[in-house]
Design a protein around this ligand. Structure first.
Ligand code: FAD
Length: 422
């Protein structure tokens, strides 16, 4: 079967590896960008997705560049500790959680695809412009993204759209859907080289959903020399009547604007204004998602990752869910007697699962504890137990893990999604 993967991001490249592992060989990844470059800043890969990458033989590659996250701690806007929990191996998972530069993850996936499938299997500079279906064949036309000039046409028996939040394929099926939905939050993202904070492997969040920072180290290279490459996201909800910021992952923000919004975030464990002042380029992006669809399958074209279920970056699930999509789809294609049955099975499992995460993230996911504390103790507290019982904090966290599929008690014992065909 000839398989076309549109988009060589995290989902598309993982899918190429998962399909190859499941016995498919005639796979081509078509990527719009002229080259696979290390774009973006940090992301987290949670244990359920790390398991999938580990079973694809990528665990050592991840350890070589990423930070295995040890704990996640939530603080109020005053820097008071609300709740902290161990993460990854420290939390009893069989697999770590990794904080990693998105570009480094994409590069390591790309390298693995080239090594296993061959260089000719990833075609950069191929932006899907149009496609149509004739019977069980998908015909595609690729353009040069900048000039709009046609560079190639191709056919496939199955096309999997992994073309991200601005998916061309999704737009073709849902032409009236419009742009992604903005919740009014602007995200500023950057990295800062600095001395390690807390354990040196801690991820922290401080503030409330309308003004908060998310901070964690992402680089083993820096860690090896006693430093941290600290990834941070500063999020500010502005008035609802403001126009949505530009949706461009590489849009450069105004540092003074960020400093103005987070000048008060000077905590004893982390000086946020100093971190902002010393950072590399700051990128700006709106916090967006989309409503769930009623199907991801349209004949022999199917959606995956952000193209299927863009979600707020709450609870660190965007990339992880794309990775799991890839593994489930590869498994179903390998095991089901027909492509149609495989696509239906994938749709039936992954669409509701990810819709639940999108919905949970709209309700601030595990970060609810920060909202509760702000509501009940806006001027600070002496003992967190006086504000909210520890059992409730535990349940907020556990509930989100169950929804997003990374409850350790379930993940550690569930069967592998690997399928090795002869
Ligand atoms: C440049 C960039 C930077 C990012 N930075 C961050 C970040 O810092 N933090 C964060 O949380 N998330 C970031 N993301 C989003 C994050 O990677 C995804 O939310 C998540 O990993 C899900 O992966 P995905 O494969 O579905 O989408 P993505 O990783 O977004 O990959 C989509 C891929 O499809 C390609 N593509 C798009 N349209 C076409 C087309 N018509 N034809 C062919 N190829 C196409 C894109 O170039 C991209 O490589 C970034 C995405 C991109 C593209």
């Amino acid at each position: 079967m000839k398989i076309a993967i549109v988009g060589g991001g995290i989902g598309g490249l993982t899918l190429a590896l998962a399909l190859f592992d499941a016995g498919f060989e005639d796979i081509v990844v078509y990527e719009s960008a002229p080259a696979i470059k290390e774009l973006g800043v940090g992301i987290n890969i949670l244990p359920h997705a790390v398991r999938e990458l580990a079973e694809l033989g990528l665990l050592d590659d991840m350890y070589a560049v990423a930070i295995p996250t040890q704990e996640l701690v939530y603080y109020s806007k005053r820097g008071q500790r609300i709740w902290g929990e161990p993460r990854g191996l420290a939390a009893g998972y069989k697999w770590p959680q990794f904080s990693i530069h998105r570009g480094e993850l994409q590069t390591l996936l790309h390298r693995a695809v080239v090594r296993r499938l061959g260089e000719s299997r990833v075609l950069t500079g191929h932006h899907l412009g149009a496609f149509s279906q004739k019977g069980e064949t998908v015909e595609m036309e690729f353009l040069d993204r900048k000039g709009g000039v046609k560079v190639a046409s191709a056919e496939a028996d199955l096309t999997i759209a992994c073309d991200g939040v601005h998916s061309t394929v999704r737009r073709a099926f849902y032409p009236n859907e419009g742009p992604p939905k903005w919740n009014g939050v602007t995200m500023w993202r950057a990295t800062t080289e600095a001395k390690p904070f807390l354990t040196g492997r801690s991820m922290i969040m401080a503030g409330t959903f309308s003004r908060r920072v998310v901070v964690y180290p992402i680089s083993k290279k820096h860690d090896d020399r006693g430093m941290s490459l600290i990834n941070w996201v500063a999020e500010l909800k502005i008035a609802d009547d403001q126009p949505m910021p530009v949706q461009d992952w590489e849009f450069i923000a105004d540092r003074d604007e960020v400093l103005k919004a987070f000048g008060a975030f000077e905590f004893d464990f982390l000086n946020v204004p100093e971190m902002i002042r010393n950072s590399s380029t700051i990128y700006q992006y709106p916090m967006v998602d989309r409503d769930a669809l009623d199907t991801w399958v349209h004949g022999r074209v199917v959606l995956l990752g952000d193209a299927a279920h863009p979600m707020y970056p709450v609870g660190s699930n965007g990339a992880s869910q794309a990775i799991i999509d890839a593994r489930v789809l590869a498994r179903e294609l390998a095991l089901k007697p027909s492509v149609d049955e495989a696509l239906s099975a994938y749709d039936a499992v992954r669409r509701p699962a990810t819709a639940a995460v999108v919905a949970a993230n709209r309700k601030v996911g595990p970060e609810l504890c920060m909202e509760i504390v702000e509501e009940l103790a806006p001027d600070g507290f002496t003992r967190i137990e006086d504000i909210i019982p520890v059992s409730e904090l535990e349940e907020i966290s556990a509930r989100y893990k169950r929804t997003a599929g990374f409850d350790p008690n379930v993940l550690n014992v569930r069967e592998s999604l690997s399928v090795k065909r002869g």
